[in-house]
Design a binder for this molecule. Sequence first.
Ligand SMILES: CC(C)(COP(=O)(O)OP(=O)(O)OC[C@H]1O[C@@H](n2cnc3c(N)ncnc32)[C@H](O)[C@@H]1OP(=O)(O)O)[C@@H](O)C(=O)NCCC(=O)NCCS
Length: 183
Amino acid sequence: MSTRMPVRILTAMPNDANPDGDIFGGWLMSQMDLAAGAICKRRAGGRVVTVAVEGFKFLAPVHIGDEVVIYAEIVKTGTTSLTSKVCTYTRDGCTGDETKVCEAVYVFVHVGADLKPTPIPQDEVSEAVGLNGEMTEIARKAYQFIRSGGNDGTGRPMTHPAQEALVAEVGRLIGYLIDEAKN
Ligand SMILES: CC(C)(COP(=O)(O)OP(=O)(O)OC[C@H]1O[C@@H](n2cnc3c(N)ncnc32)[C@H](O)[C@@H]1OP(=O)(O)O)[C@@H](O)C(=O)NCCC(=O)NCCS
């Protein structure tokens, strides 16, 4: 079971399948692009375009009627780019058991009206602590969690496994800060 909050939940339909009854990989890629693009657009506060998709893996087939659950999280914030790790599962409608079917890393660029790269707005966390992109994301999640009284930034309560994952990440952040202080 993934610890992240799903960004999209879909049902694989006959129109999404090839003649053998398996779901087209391209359909999954586009749904994952939409999921990651949505969270990156919200973070950037403006239009984002996909610049790269890395390490795409199809791990198991998806069939017509499967419940498809897409998780996405921002793992890096650059000057104009955002990197999102996306994992997709099929979910048993009765038990809720999930099977990972694909994963990939999507990179988006925030663009202005002229379609040229434009900086991602800095937020209070990264400005305050001057962390690198990955560590900023961890600090942001922790900050959001504390300020919101326990939600994941979307207004929904954070699940217990997600809280545990956050605690582990904050531990990594503290290790990073200690190393930085030593150097
Ligand atoms: C995305 C686009 C605006 C970038 O323009 P560009 O002049 O090449 O941009 P830059 O070289 O200044 O790079 C911008 C950012 O993207 C990153 N980037 C560019 N190419 C990349 C790649 N192949 N992989 C990962 N990151 C990449 C750069 O590292 C940079 O990140 P940073 O600012 O956080 O350091 C341009 O390539 C474009 O319009 N591509 C088509 C997008 C599109 O149509 N997508 C499909 C539909 S949404």
